[in-house]
Design a protein. Structure first.
Length: 748
């Protein structure tokens, strides 16, 4: 019996989307939408993709056309900067020299400091340092708009440099990479919105767009050289705070509605967005002391709230998707906390703080983007995407730990890196099964058990095509151990993973004698993991192997039938003709009667061999007529009783085994028992057949009998039927043989 998880309370119907309309109704009421055709989805996705690509291209062209100074700086331990590299040949002699100041064409002087290095104010802890850095970057943005800039180095070196556009080639590999990731995340959001329209999909789209903005800003920050548009420099902090606050609020709201709508989702959503707007206005307008701490605390609070919303409640059904999403959220929050600790510990150590802000923050945003890209496609994701997400998280941990050790312990860089890598690998070893355990393939059955289960299902399916649903359900339950397995009469054309991995729909193989339909499995491994595309592929392989096994068995049975027909024909034409000749030439009436009975037995045998199957009622009538004739010739009376709750189709193997068992038992009675009364009771009820053959003969103590070919043959044939046989003494006199067998087959 299928175990069904409890339904959500009224007003909390699941918002998990299925990818087939007839399954939607099983998950509770929801607003019906007109289904889009696949061609509509493709066109819409193409248009949205072109729009996103156009925005990215325009962004790259804007950055490529901005004037800049082709200078790459290195931060020294004392806070100074030296020229590390330049594409201008005139600057090659001063590479490695310390910069003193920049003198603009209008006479303004900008003293050299670490604030000249490319760095987002979003990740600067000290408020005064952030304001100084923003003002200095604005002045650099104005400087690159002038005809030339004078560079003053130590030892009296002075060089005039004319700003020039970067060009697309000069944007750098990191800028191209993060912009490509932004476009991929945007396309993932477009796919979700088009495939599953609704509030959760729209919120996911908002989440994706907010992080796309973050990635585009990171691409601008990573540009080689000095100089960015002044408007971008001035709006960088506001745009990043807006992106982070929007992402946090959208994450909280989407988890209020998905994968299960929680009680009070509407007023909680209003509260979340209201607090977000208030906090964002306060941060941007008031610029309170400790702005960075407030912003990071707000982000961590969003993450912890999201994890709390995903916790398992007693009144909710088991939901492996919620558990896995909670683990992903906790992984993101944990890495963010670790990164914040590294930034806070760096303090006034300019070199370490610069590395944390430029490297660690970029890696964490990439990690968060990979989590977002994986989220809606957990059950359909490829192993490469999952590993990329895990490796991005490990890279964040490595970077944060390395910089944390440098800032706190003042270790040698190589020692710090080695220690950070070792700890991160330990974290990876623990986190990988913790996160991916609910996405692993079935893998619970050994190859031997899988083969045995498949072979048993194929044999049962061949014998009982009408019970295909029950047999397939038993096989799938053994392989996937779902919390619920329920049949449905609505057929599907292929195996489908639905409800974001919570459900898998498996079609019943379409074989002769089977009814169309499907098996709906919910919550694999008793709700401990999702169904994945690997499970779908495994199911398809199982169905294909079932089809092949049944086809092979039927081909073998067809060959056996043809061979039995040939043997029956040969017996009829050859042995039958010879016996008929002998009957006409019999020297006396007794021999003639004996041959006549032999011919009758041969006729029954050949007719049984030629038939592919037999109705139980017809076979019982033939058995009764044959046994009556034989017992009457021996002077015995037959008491026959036959009952069945429904008629049954016997296979040739079943018919042959029962026929020979009855003949052997009657032969033993006639040969050894010297009985005058024979009672045969044949019953069939709920796929179980019972046969009792009793006599009033002289036989006693059956436990002392030697089982030769006769009794041994009876045992062998009953065992072939999957049954048992025993002989017991009757109270008065004689022996009773009891046969019990299970005969699963189709009924009419």
């Amino acid at each position: 019996m299928a175990v069904r998880p409890p339904r959500p309370a009224d007003g909390a119907a699941s918002d998990s989307r299925l990818d087939s309309g007839w399954l939607d109704a099983a998950d509770g009421p929801r607003k019906r939408k007109r289904p889009h055709l696949p061609i509509d989805h493709a066109r819409s996705l193409l248009l949205l993709g072109l729009l996103g690509a156009a925005v990215v291209v325009l962004w790259l062209r804007l950055l490529a056309g901005t004037p800049h100074l082709p200078l790459s700086w290195h931060l020294t331990a004392d806070g100074g900067i030296t020229l590390a590299a330049s594409s201008d040949p005139e600057l090659q002699p001063v590479i490695g020299h310390r910069l003193q100041a920049l003198v603009l064409a209008d006479g303004q002087r900008i003293d050299a400091s670490a604030a000249l290095l490319p760095r987002s104010p979003r990740w600067i802890v000290d408020d005064a340092e952030r304001q100084q850095q923003q003002a200095l970057r604005s002045r650099i943005g104005e400087a690159v708009q002038q005809p030339q800039v004078m560079l003053q180095f130590d030892r009296g070196w002075q060089l005039a440099l004319a700003p020039r556009p970067r060009s697309l080639v000069g944007l750098g590999a990191l800028c191209w990479a993060v912009c490509a990731l932004a476009l991929a995340l945007y396309l993932a959001g477009a796919v979700v919105v088009l495939a599953q329209p609704g509030l959760p999909a729209v919120l996911y789209g908002v989440l994706a767009l907010s992080q796309c903005l973050n990635l585009l800003l990171i691409g601008a920050e990573s540009l080689p050289g000095m100089g960015l548009p002044a408007a971008l420099v001035q709006g960088d902090l506001a745009l990043r705070l807006l992106a982070d606050a929007t992402a946090g609020a959208a994450l909280v709201q989407v988890l209020l509605w998905y994968p299960q709508r929680l009680a009070g989702a509407r007023w909680r959503t209003t509260l979340a967005w209201g607090l977000t707007v208030v906090a964002l206005v306060w941060l941007l307008a008031m610029r309170p002391a400790g702005l960075w701490w407030w912003a990071q605390g707000l982000g961590i609070a969003y993450g912890l709230t999201a994890a709390a919303l995903l916790r398992q409640r007693r009144d909710q059904p088991v939901n492996p998707l919620a558990r896995l999403l909670q683990r992903l959220v906790l992984a993101g929050v944990g890495t963010l906390v670790l990164l914040n600790l590294a930034i806070a510990a760096a303090g006034r150590n300019g070199t370490v703080q610069y590395q944390v802000a430029t490297i660690g923050s970029v890696i964490w945003v990439v990690f968060f983007a990979s989590l977002l890209m994986l989220g809606p496609f957990l059950s359909r994701s490829k192993q490469v995407l999952r590993e990329f997400m895990l490796l991005a998280g490990v890279a964040t941990v490595v970077t944060s730990l390395d910089l944390l050790f440098l800032a706190i312990l003042s270790l040698h860089p190589l020692v710090s890196l080695a220690l950070a890598v070792g700890l991160s690998l330990a974290v990876y070893a623990l986190a990988r099964p913790w996160i991916q355990g609910q996405l692993a393939g079935s893998g619970a059955l050994s190859a031997e058990r899988m083969f045995d289960s498949l072979y048993r299902a194929a044999r049962e399916l061949e014998q009982s095509p009408g019970q295909a649903g029950r047999q397939l359900s038993a096989l799938l339950c053994e392989v996937f151990d779902p919390l619920e397995a329920a049949p449905t009469g609505r057929p599907v054309s292929r195996v489908r993973v639905a409800t974001d991995g919570a459900t898998m729909v498996v079609p019943i193989p379409r074989l002769p004698g089977t009814e169309p339909g499907a098996i709906v499995l919910r919550y694999a491994r008793r709700g401990r993991r999702l169904f994945t595309q690997q499970d779908r592929a495994l199911c398809e392989q199982l169905l294909e192997q079932l089809r092949r096994a049944v086809a092979y068995d039927r081909a073998v049975e067809h060959g056996r039938t043809e061979e039995r027909t040939r043997i029956a024909q040969d017996l009829h034409d050859d042995i039958g003709a010879r016996l008929l000749t002998l009957m006409y030439k019999a020297p006396n009436a007794e021999i003639e009667e004996y041959i006549r009975h032999t011919l009758q037995d041969l006729k029954t045998l050949t007719r049984g061999l030629a038939a592919s199957n037999h109705r139980l009622s017809h076979a019982a009538a033939e058995w009764k007529a044959d046994i009556t004739q034989r017992l009457n010739a021996a002077g015995c009376d037959l008491h026959w009783s036959f009952s069945a709750d429904r008629d049954l189709t016997l296979t040739v193997v079943q018919w042959s085994a029962l026929t020979r068992v009855l003949r052997e038992l009657v032969n033993n009675i006639l040969t050894h028992a010297q009985a005058t009364q024979v009672e045969i009771v044949l019953q069939f009820d709920r796929h179980h057949l019972t046969l009792n053959v009793s006599d009033d003969g002289s036989g006693r103590a059956p436990e002392t009998w030697s089982h030769g070919l006769g009794l041994g043959g009876v045992r062998k044939r009953v065992k072939l039927l999957g049954g048992q046989v025993r002989w017991v003494e009757r109270e008065s006199r004689g022996i009773r043989c009891e046969v019990q067998a299970a005969l699963p087959s189709d009924t009419v």
